[in-house]
Design a protein around this ligand. Structure first.
Ligand code: GTP
Ligand code: ZN
Length: 389
């Protein structure tokens, strides 16, 4: 269900006034996990579950497509919000671009309105770096405390992520995320056999020997296992420092080999063409970048305009799996229908705008792009970010 959408938004001023104690330090739970593992699904689940808390949620922005992500994350009636929004159940929601610390600072101006913060990091983030900030930033530290780090692991692809080899003995980010976690949620168990699940569990265990491991579908967990872990309290005996030492932190690029590109194509697409295009991209892997290499997409997210459909459709892809889901957002009559796609993948993702549009709209139909043209028709394809074409 509308994975990236917060439920029932109401203006922030409409929130109840009898809030939590503003003087108390607020717990923050960091939710980490590889691209597409189910972090946002977990957040949405927590937000909609019955609980007595007023929770503020900070969603990560996916890739570079800020406009896309905002509309995926918190759009209501097609409008984009940058502000914090209060949900009917008293929870707050916001989408951020960086590691979220800035968002937390801004959020603290609204203290008294919430009593818990959930922070989703980007799929490639080093949770250690994010967690450290709460320690370095003493001002922040007096307002909030880190309650725990949760790592969501994709049961289907987790093994592949965990065993991915990095140059020069670097730890891959999936292992780093698992290593630092207090709680590991192996999600998407519906997609694997018992045997496969055992393998992932063993692999996760070998990386992190002390975290609690839960297995879920659609990130559905008992909230008492997730919130108020007090994993970093001095009482718990395991200090953050120890955890951070557990994995050697590497500086600079997490993974030079992974990149993000964003495409915006005006117009409608036939549903069958959209399916064909995605299948070519994710299954057949015969969509080539400008150097002739097949594009290797790990994560795909988008909002598309399908012919004959009055509502915007969300596209979600994780490796070779994808799904299309109609959103509650209707295209307005005077609105230019646009398809926005964000691709995250390995290295070779640069493709000319013209070529992309051609492949996308006609699913590889007759070529109309002049060979070696570097001048795409911008009237139809409006943006590509992440590489210079
Ligand atoms: N089959 C299956 N699909 C799931 C499950 N949980 C989540 N998904 C789907 O997996 C896709 C990615 O889920 P998200 O919650 O957006 O993952 P994420 O970790 O927030 O992704 P990024 O923010 O892009 O890194 C969506 O299409 C979800 O509907 C599950 O248990 N089983
Ligand atoms: Zn997410």
């Amino acid at each position: 269900m509308e994975d990236e959408e917060c439920p029932a938004l109401v203006p922030i001023a409409a929130g109840g006034s009898e809030g939590p104690d503003p003087g108390r330090r607020i717990p923050v739970t960091i939710i980490t996990g590889y691209l597409g593992a189910g972090k946002t699904t977990l957040l949405n689940y927590i937000l909609t579950e019955q609980h007595s808390k007023k929770i503020a949620v900070i969603l990560n922005e996916f890739g570079e497509g800020s406009a896309l992500e905002k509309s995926l994350a918190i759009s209501q009636g097609g409008e984009l919000y940058e502000e914090w929004l209060e949900l009917r159940n008293g929870c707050l929601c916001c989408s951020v671009k960086d590691n979220g610390v800035k968002a937390i600072e801004n959020l603290m101006k609204r203290r008294g309105k919430f009593d818990y913060i959930l922070l989703e990091t980007t799929g490639l983030a080093d949770p250690g770096a994010v967690a450290s900030m709460f320690w370095v930033d003493s001002e922040l530290g007096s307002d909030i405390y880190l309650d725990g780090i949760i790592s969501v692991v994709d049961a289907k692809h987790g093994l592949q992520h965990l065993t991915e080899e990095k140059p020069e003995g670097l730890v891959n980010e999936a292992s780093r995320q698992v290593a630092l976690a207090d709680l590991i949620i192996i999600n998407k168990t519906d997609l694997v056999s018992g045997e496969e699940l055992n393998k992932v569990r063993t692999s996760v265990r070998s990386v992190n020997g002390f975290a609690k491991i839960l297995e879920t579908q659609r990130s559905r967990v008992d909230l008492s296992n997730v919130l108020d872990l007090h994993a970093f309290d001095s009482l718990s005996g395991i200090s953050l420092q120890k955890k951070l030492e557990h994995v050697k932190t590497t500086q600079a690029h997490l993974d030079k080999g992974i990149m993000t590109v964003t495409f915006e194509v005006l117009g409608d697409i036939k549903e069958e063409n959209l399916n064909l295009f995605i299948q070519n991209l994710l299954w057949e892997k015969n969509v080539k970048d400008k150097t002739g290499h097949a594009m290797d997409v790990i994560r795909l997210k988008g909002l598309v305009s399908i012919q004959g459909k009055s509502h915007q459709v969300i596209v979600q892809g994780v490796h070779e799996l994808y799904d299309l889901e109609e959103t509650a957002v209707e295209w307005k009559e005077d609105e230019k229908r646009t398809n926005r796609l964000v691709l995250i993948g390995k290295n070779k993702l640069c493709i000319s705008l013209c070529k992309f549009k051609e492949l996308f709209l006609s699913a590889g139909g007759p070529g109309t792009c002049p060979v070696k043209s570097n001048q795409p028709k911008l009237a139809r394809v409006t943006a590509v970010r992440g590489c210079s074409v």
